[in-house]
Ligand binder design. Structure first.
Ligand code: PEP
Length: 264
């Protein structure tokens, strides 16, 4: 997977494409990525659960040099067993490198911080990297309200993980990556300002006493806004981007990769 020094892009395809379309788009992205010298390990694709295995095997079989990562968009809080329809984190091992957890579109369907924490604990135990989404919902909130809310969400998730015996040191040691995604910016065409994202990153690093905590920004990023999110430095720095709408076209996604310096 990607090294700590280069930005990480995660393409969240949500439920936008049928599995065959996902395989076709993955092939387009890989082909264009090779032409544009996409840096190995800089891009992770999150297809639907049904498309994930087909996309992963295509990329590993035909485009292995690009080291494109695969993320699931969710997993179960169950370990395994009698849980019809659930997909345990441990069953994703081998196909997915990471799992997106707590996306606001899942929280809107009733997922609590405690449930997300249990899922996170399962990922950590399975050795699969959690990409934990946190984000405030009020575009008019002040900076300190925003930071306080995101820190509160983080604590709720940790409390959920603790119920399965997974403590904060274990979570931080798992390579957890946080995606700060203000709900009002997702799919709205209005990205947050890099200053807002940097303030939240500072608050999270201060809360965790971890200056190396990896934090991404997500919400209406495109080729024009992408680079701005990578410019804050120090404790407010961001390590990459979670991309929804703009990841559904190979050209638009590669435009972002070029803007942040991982493709030519
Ligand atoms: C998302 O849903 O995670 C996301 C970042 O979407 P968009 O880029 O479309 O705002």
């Amino acid at each position: 997977m990607n090294d700590a020094a280069q930005p990480l892009l995660i393409a969240n395809w949500k439920a936008n494409l049928a599995p065959g379309e996902e395989v076709a788009l993955a092939a387009q992205i890989a082909t264009l990525g090779a032409t544009r010298r996409l840096s190995p390990g800089s891009l992770m694709i999150a297809p639907s659960m049904v498309g994930l295995v087909a996309v992963a095997s295509l990329l590993r079989r035909e485009h292995d040099a690009l080291k494109l990562g695969i993320a699931a968009q969710d997993c179960s809080s169950d370990l395994a067993g009698a849980a019809t329809g659930e997909i345990p984190a441990s069953h994703l091992l081998g196909a997915a490198d990471a799992v997106i957890l707590g996306h606001s579109e899942r929280r809107a369907r009733g997922e609590s911080g405690s449930l997300i924490g249990a899922k996170l604990a399962r990922c950590v135990a399975a050795g699969i990297r959690p990409i934990l989404c946190l984000g405030d919902a009020d575009p008019k909130a002040t900076e300190s309200e925003r930071c306080a809310l995101v820190v509160r969400q983080w604590r709720e998730v940790l409390a959920g993980a603790a119920t399965l015996g997974c403590d904060v040191a274990t979570v931080l040691g798992s390579g957890v990556t946080i995606a700060y995604e203000p709900v009002w910016a997702i799919g709205s065409g209005q990205a947050a300002s890099p200053d807002v994202a940097a303030a939240v990153a500072r608050a999270l690093r201060s809360e965790t006493s971890s200056s190396s905590l990896r934090i991404l920004y997500g919400g209406s990023v495109d080729g024009k806004s992408a680079a701005g999110f990578l410019s804050p430095t120090g404790e407010g720095s961001l390590n990459g981007l979670l991309i929804g709408g703009a990841s559904l076209q190979a050209e638009r996604l590669l435009e972002i990769a070029t803007a942040v310096g991982v493709a030519s």
